[in-house]
Design a protein around this ligand. Sequence first.
Ligand SMILES: Cc1ncc(COP(=O)(O)O)c(C=O)c1O
Length: 355
Amino acid sequence: MKKVYFTVGPSQVYPTFNKHIQNATEDNVPSLSHRGKEFKKLFQDTTDNLKKLLNIPSNYQIFFVASALESMERIIQGCVQNYSFHLISGSFGRAWANYASQLGKKVTTVEVETTFDKEIADLEIPKKAEIICITQNDTSTGFWIPPEQIYQLKKNYPEKLIASDIVSSVPFVDIDYKYVDITFFSVQKGFGLPAGLAIIIVSPKTLQKTGTLVKKGVTVGSYHSLNNLSQKAQDFQTPETPNVLNIYLLNMVIKDMLRTGLDKIRKEIDLKAKLMYDFFDSHRIYQPFIKNPQFRSSTTLVIDVKGESEKVRDKLSKKGFLVGAGYGDNKDNQIRIANFPSHTIKNVHQMLKYV
Ligand SMILES: Cc1ncc(COP(=O)(O)O)c(C=O)c1O
């Protein structure tokens, strides 16, 4: 039976994935030297295309690392001497704060989960905080932080760095990068690719901060420190032997998205999200977990199913539709449904018929 993965990551592969992987094999991409001309060209092409797709300023740098969790650690190491601040709307934001704490930083957190009814932009950030870490779309709860509220925080605290996890909202989320110093994502969600590759996008101000820490003798990491990644990226290289195959596949999918047009992709995601939220808002038993529409994620929907998670998932799975269980303690009470570019409107209509 043909399956459709509505799981929140890894998820359904991009529709052109099979063609690209076949071409990659024929062109010997997995054997390319990461110090050779062809790889440098691939690095440059991929970062240029990503800048074009996501409207990233030309003076921002793009780094390739292994995962989004790694990105969280690199950002703390590279940008924080003593104090970090974390806006937490679910388990991924909480994990990031824990990593900062494990790295010996003094961590302040604010939890904005379901009961939150204020403007995020009105939050008081401690004076000493050097960075504001925000999980823009927390996949564990389906809590979406409107980007405009992040920009307002930056306007209120222009001297602080803003770092944002866009792992499960990219490429749907439209970020105005002049207000965000660091963004990161891994590719197994919105880009429909195998896991094992993540992207960090950094502003010049971020690299200045790393430089200042290095001068002060603060440890900022080793081979994947932001300054080392930056030096290598200037020569279109990575410090380690990277995931060349996945970088190649990412470039191909970005090119496909450029051809389709991100506006169209975003409009379709809006439409599919509306279909699903309308369905669950009027469902007798199963209800969206996030009640306030302004904080509802369009890309990762979390639905309360009152202890019937396994039942719903089994029923859908028998029809070829895979959805995720709730995260952590919510495993039995929730399902999570991805709404990425790889999911068609037809897929959504079909899946909802069997809920
Ligand atoms: C919001 C968010 N951040 C970070 C991660 C971690 O990503 P990775 O497994 O690529 O490290 C995930 C994975 O699900 C996520 O959803």
